[in-house]
Design a protein around this ligand. Sequence first.
Ligand code: ACO
Length: 315
Amino acid sequence: MIKIIGTGRKLPERSVSNDELAAMVDTSDEWITSRTGIKNRFVCTKESLTDLAEGAARIALEKANLSPQEIEMIICPTIAGDFSFPSLACCLAQRLNVKCPAFDINAACSGFIYGLEIAESLISKYKNILIVGADMMSRLIDWNDRASCVLFGDGAGACVVTSGGALKYIRNNADANPEMLFAKSRTGNSPFTNEESDGGFAAMQGQDVYKFAVTAVGEEINLALAKLNLSAADIDYFVLHQANSRIIDGVRTRLKQPPEKFPMNIDKYANTTAATIPILLDEMIDEEKVKTGNTLMMVGFGAGMTTGTCVMVWE
Ligand code: ACO
């Protein structure tokens, strides 16, 4: 049983508007805004992903009123850290001067919820667990491909987890289909293969991802509600992965719920992959939207295709 006792977020300094992108590729603010809800994103220029993860982690630790040395495990949900190895979590452990188990998990945009389930299963052994969802999609997307480069931004979101009764439900899943959304690993220079590199850029079947997201998120929400014997009206906030405002609106409309129960910040940050949920959660806490006793349902979906769903009654 776990609860979240501190959250933090860190975005790069450099902000990039839709208009700035429209000067680089054949797109427009109108196209991007109407199809996705995105107006802006932040992109690393000088910062490493470890810098962002450290920034978010330190804020979360401060809010949790803990020193880094009180952390007993670090989990970083991420698609790709600054190195193939060591993990982003180990780089972060060095920055925080912490000696404890530290590892990354890759469940793409569902990674934060996967991280919570791992924390839940290990909390009896490790007292305080730091989870930092962080991604730098700016180095994985093809900046000449207008269909994908407009969708993503860089960022990190952190939380500190400890024992508590907040988590009422958690379910992670993979409906595996690696062709729908992927970035291939580097090929290296092995003399034993003729495999050619495709550049390692992110690629996706946009409309298939869209359909998967609306359907799978809707199903996972209904499954969670049924399991807890709740209705959508009983949930105060649905904190959904911020990939596209139309996906979120599609899910919301099917559930017949008002917009204020589906907070969004995709207009400011675009899709920061594993970081969207903890960044949004941290903003909601800073804005004092989340109050003790509120019921939150968090749902991630992403490459795999993975989903992650949890329900927390805030403590
Ligand atoms: N600007 C202008 N035109 C564009 C752009 C752009 N940035 N991108 C594509 N187009 C064009 C296409 O070339 C196409 O032109 P054509 O009709 O002449 O061939 C036209 O717009 C329509 O393209 P579609 O792909 O059909 O556009 P669609 O309405 O499906 O919207 C979008 C595309 C926004 C990508 C949508 O499919 C979507 O949001 N899918 C989900 C994507 C997503 O969320 N991915 C990440 C989720 S998982 C994760 O977070 C890792």
